[in-house]
Design a protein around this ligand. Structure first.
Ligand code: COA
Length: 156
């Protein structure tokens, strides 16, 4: 059975999902279906025979950011990757990168209809280098354990 990308539905299961980060595991297990039903977040998964092996949680967002070239603050609309997790058994196979690319491709598909400039993530400290390797740039430290990272669709 091959690994497939699809939106999360109640047919999928994730009891054994473990990406190594409790907050990311718990969101999938306890909040994802409710958030999706409430249209707060959409969840995209890679699944193998309906078992979730990787997922992302996306919602629309904006943040204010000073454009250093124009020396002016703007509101930048975009897509927030609220969660990203790959089960330990499937790490290093490019699934995380594919989920990031999927979010970027969604931004390209909506930007003809609605403003969309950035992909935004509040990165965990342990994952900061991962986002940098995927062309995200740190904007400003939020907490010692969390970092605001942005991928600018106009530049990348
Ligand atoms: C971070 C995570 C999503 C990466 O998923 P993945 O599918 O294994 O990653 P990819 O296959 O896309 O990329 C693999 C590459 O990223 C590197 N990488 C993976 N996790 C990394 C991390 N935390 N920091 C730095 N580099 C990392 C690997 O070493 C590998 O490098 P290589 O291509 O030079 O060999 C996954 O490890 C995970 O679920 N981590 C726990 C949850 C988490 O931290 N999520 C991000 C929250 S902000």
């Amino acid at each position: 059975m091959k690994i497939e990308l699809s939106p999360l539905t109640e047919q999928h299961f994730f009891d054994n999902f473990d990406c190594g980060e409790n907050t990311v595991n718990n969101f999938l297990k306890n909040e994802s279906l409710w958030e999706k039903a409430e249209n707060l977040t959409n969840i995209y998964i890679f699944h193998k025979d309906f078992e979730v092996v990787a997922y992302s949680a996306l919602y629309s967002c904006h943040f204010r950011y000073r454009n250093s070239t124009l020396n002016k603050e703007f509101r930048y609309p975009g897509i927030c990757i609220g969660q990203l997790g790959v089960d330990k058994r499937y790490k290093g196979k490019g699934l995380g990168k594919l989920l990031i690319q999927h979010a970027i491709s969604i931004s390209h598909s909506i930007r003809n209809n609605i403003g969309c400039r950035i992909i935004y993530v509040e990165a965990l400290k342990n994952a900061k280098k991962y986002w940098i390797s995927n062309n995200f740039e740190e904007i400003e430290p939020k907490k010692k354990t969390q970092f605001k990272m942005v991928f600018d669709i106009n530049i990348n």
